[in-house]
Ligand binder design. Structure first.
Ligand SMILES: *Cc1c(COP(=O)(O)O)cnc(C)c1O
Length: 314
């Protein structure tokens, strides 16, 4: 029921040729809860922890386009738990994700971006005072449980490679908080594998993103009693951020249209479409050929419909 699904998402090959490479997509968008995506993977582990702790209320953080907030709010509603989302006043675009929060009866506490941590702390304090047992999930499902979710996905990919008798040389995906990337890197290190894991940053510059990812990798590795890694394990490209979170170009819109028409797969302008477009350019400019490439579709299907609405207006 609800988030207690068993995971294994399909891997399918695309028909579009890409510089003489075979391109496959791992359909994390098809996870069977609340439109799926990497946030559903992560939330599944957070809600196991919530059940173990006997918490009766969930507090999290995210903007109005947050896929994480949608999934968490849906899961909380499904389990009959009160849910509070702290949301920055600076990002109040009207989105389907936020419309869904209303359906779930989520309480939204808005505050300026620079008061987010204070608001979260005050909210947790006053819930404790009321006698509630609140559980805080970091924005984007960041933290060791989020990392664990993508260590699990790495292991799932290794199993699927054996089943399909194929080996993926490079993994690409949209990188936001970097938890997805940290999990994939830890999975690779723990399997002692050699392959490239390339995050296409959708907002952060390379230095900031690398620092956060390496921090997550080492938090996770030390929690498993392993020795920490050095910065060389992180590969992230910030060439495609286009001025920041949510910014996109006509080329991204063109890519989204192409992938939808030829493959029947929906991407969005904030995450997956931006990353797919970045991956295409990365492959071309680095003249990568003859490889098996795996693009991880990290979800965000409701954002596809927001993108479609914006594309329609152009
Ligand atoms: C949150 C999100 C990402 C980024 O994942 P991180 O683990 O935060 O790097 C990528 N794609 C989609 C659709 C997302 O919602």
């Amino acid at each position: 029921m609800g988030l207690s699904f068993v995971c294994q998402t399909p891997i399918q090959e695309l028909t579009l040729p890409l510089n003489g490479n075979r391109v496959f997509v791992k359909r994390e968008d098809l996870l069977p809860f609340s439109f799926g995506g990497n946030k559903a993977r992560k939330a599944r582990l957070f809600f196991e922890d919530i059940r173990t702790n006997g918490s009766d209320c969930v507090v999290t953080y995210g903007s109005s386009s947050s896929n994480h907030c949608r999934v968490v709010a849906n899961a909380a509603a499904a389990e009959g738990l009160r849910c509070i989302v702290v949301s920055p006043l600076e990002n109040q675009k009207k989105t389907y994700n936020e419309s869904m929060l209303k359906v779930f009866g989520t309480e939204i506490f808005r505050c300026p971006l620079d008061q987010v941590s204070d608001t979260i702390r005050e909210t947790m304090d006053s819930l404790h005072k009321e006698g509630a047992k609140p559980y805080f999930i970091p924005g984007g499902g960041h933290g060791n449980l989020g990392t664990q979710a993508y260590v699990d996905v790495y292991n799932e990919i290794v199993i699927q490679e054996k089943e399909k008798d194929i080996r993926f040389d490079i993994l690409f995906f949209a990188c936001g908080t970097g938890t997805t990337q940290a999990g994939l890197i830890c999975g690779k290190l723990m399997c002692c594998d050699e392959r490239e894991i390339v995050g296409i940053s959708i907002a952060r510059n390379t230095r900031r993103a690398s620092d956060v990812i390496l921090g997550s990798v080492n938090d996770y590795l030390t929690s498993c009693g392993r020795s920490p890694a050095d910065g060389s394990v992180v590969r992230i490209d910030d060439k495609y951020i286009l001025g920041g979170y949510g910014k996109y170009s006509p080329e991204i819109v063109h890519t989204i249209r192409d992938v939808l028409v030829h493959e029947g797969i929906a991407l969005d302008t904030t995450y997956t479409g931006k990353a797919f477009w970045g991956m295409k350019d990365y492959i071309k400019t680095k003249n990568i050929r003859g490889k098996n490439i795996l693009f991880i579709h990290t979800g965000g299907t409701p954002l596809f419909f927001d993108s479609l609405r914006e594309m329609d207006n152009e």
